[in-house]
Design a protein around this ligand. Sequence first.
Ligand SMILES: [Zn+2]
Length: 752
Amino acid sequence: MKPALKKFIFTHKKISIASAVFLLLLIFHFCYVHLIPYNALNEFLGRKNSVTIYDRNMRLIQVTSVDDGVRRQYTPLKDIPSEIKAAFIKAEDNRFYDHGGVDYRALLRALKQNTSEMRTVSGASTITMQLARMVSPSARRSLMAKIKDVYNSWRIECRLSKEQILEAYLNSVPFGNNVEGVTSAARYYFNRELTELSQEEIYSLAVIPRNPSRYNPLNSPEHCARAASLLCDKSAEEIEGQLKKITAFEWPFYMPHYVVYLKKHYGEDFGRKITELHLGADLNAHEYIQFQIYTYMEKLHHSRIENAAALAIDNETGAVIVWTGGKNWFDDEHSGQIDGVLVPNQMGSSMKPFLYALALDRGMKTTEVIPDIPMDFGSDEVYMPLNFNNRFNGPVIMRNALASSLNVPAVYTLSKVGVQNYYQCLLKLGFDSLKEGGIRADLGLALGGGEVTLKELVTAFSVFPRDGKYIPLTYEEGEECNPDEVRQIYRPDSARIICSILSDKKARIMGFGFSQTFQTSYPSIFKTGTANQYQNIVALGATDRYTVGVWMGNHSGNTVMGKTGSSVPATIARELLDFLTDKKAGDFKLPENYKRTKVCAVSGMAANSSCPNVTEEFVMKEELESFCKEKCSWHSVKNGKLETVYPAEYQKWVSGDFKNTRIDYSSSPLKIVSPKNNAHFYADDTRNQYQKITVEVTGGASSQEQLEVVIDGGKAQFVERPFIFNIPVRRGKHKLNVTLGEESDVIEFDVE
Ligand SMILES: [Zn+2]
């Protein structure tokens, strides 16, 4: 081989090895930059941002913080004013649109400068490199870190457009003081929207990221102004003069419980898809009611009522207007951060309207007489409700039973409607807590024995002014509720009758006397409830437009002292309605298929001239004629004196404290009304010798006055009318026979 050829081959071999290595490097570079997924970038771009929350009047409720208290609001590039984009490009990276991630000219210059001054390499970072450092931070600023930034900038530049890079940068560049991105910085340092910034402010903003503590316009306006003046044609004095006018801004922190709820409600979208919320809430109303709650509770502090909550919604849209979860978020001693709107509690009588509306739907007449007398219910377990004032009112109609919140009539009505039917109705009304809690669906449901939340209660109560229709809550202004969740719970007429009863100030007298609490200058309905020895006190109110609810009690489980302050929630509920209604509200609609007529409030029959207590009641139009024909048969005037004839089941009640009354025993067959057949009793050993079972027998057509009583086939004993007597408690199964003339009745019961 000729040496020349050899040399040629050798040289080419060298060249080909070199080019192979070069090629490999190139491939590696290409792969690293272009092909290997840049997960950190995806994660960075998908980070959660702050959510800016406004009320219906564009008042700022909160800018939520992301991790570690950082505020970082996101503004799409198209909404960032071009002056701001230009200012940041000028301040940080003049040739941003001309380089591919690295500005070599600037890098060389910086390298020369820095090495000659014996410092570590700094400066010359393009916007892309700064973004790269945010995406993949390095612990130290070293040459290796700089090389890493360069590489990551290339990776970013081949994945994102210049516009996307600028958008990501402007929305995440740190400004110190837990603020990131231009939007939050404009808010924090200047208390302005981006579009409101002056030219001086824009250039001041643009220099802060260089050194947030040195260029903080609040603390060092002179430094900030000097740096900004180099970027624009304003003098440092001019800029400083403007900066000195700024008043410090604090991030608002209103409706904290509600914001926590919304975070949970929107889930993963909160801070990602959703970065701005315009709520239907009214911050003015919230502040007003927060103040009321605070003031009243300070007065009540001796009664151990530690927590309170209020909720107000718009009936038409279901929009939340007020959501006040507690007295004081920062009160750690009394679990201030627990949201009282969402805590399940026994809400007592406030549940009763749901029961009576169902009874109306299922055919119960408004004029039906409901007994308010001592009664026990159920056969397996004896259930004997008392009214809250331990008084019984005898025969009542629904209007008085509901408005005065009587307990026995509610349990009686539930036993007629059926526990399961009512339970299903409550689930349809959105009382999910009853499902989750797995409560015992029993007659206690009539008195609000299940635990439900204020949110559920207010939403359900709003079906009454809404003609029986349920709609779910909505949160954003103008938001339309999910049509799949809208459902007609009650007939419109049933809901309208309930509204008529709950707005009837006269009908409440039996239970509450005349109360100023419910006096409003506009049509309104109210219902209150207490449970667990006043541990929970709740008041619901509504106009045709708004529904409100106020709860008071404590999360600690401490008993509340006595009755103190039990009318306070009602007072606050009324104040809230006053505030929202501005003293104006429409009338509630009247039931279409009913007509009002004069009714005896005792017998529920068409009133005659001697009835002592006459009320106006709705009677179905088609039944009106026959109803009016049959006048009240209980009341009559004899020898100038009013005489009342009650049906047999009222004998025990009448024997209490009434004169000029007579019991019509012959109207019903002989019956042991108490105890019920198959009743269980529990013997109490500690007071055995005093314990007795009271037996009550009604009816019996015979003129004979002596009732024959036989227990367990033993010796007969005789009792006179009224047939109410006691028998001793003995353990075991027992059989009780009673006989009067031709009639007899028998029951079995046992004592454990
Ligand atoms: Zn009458």
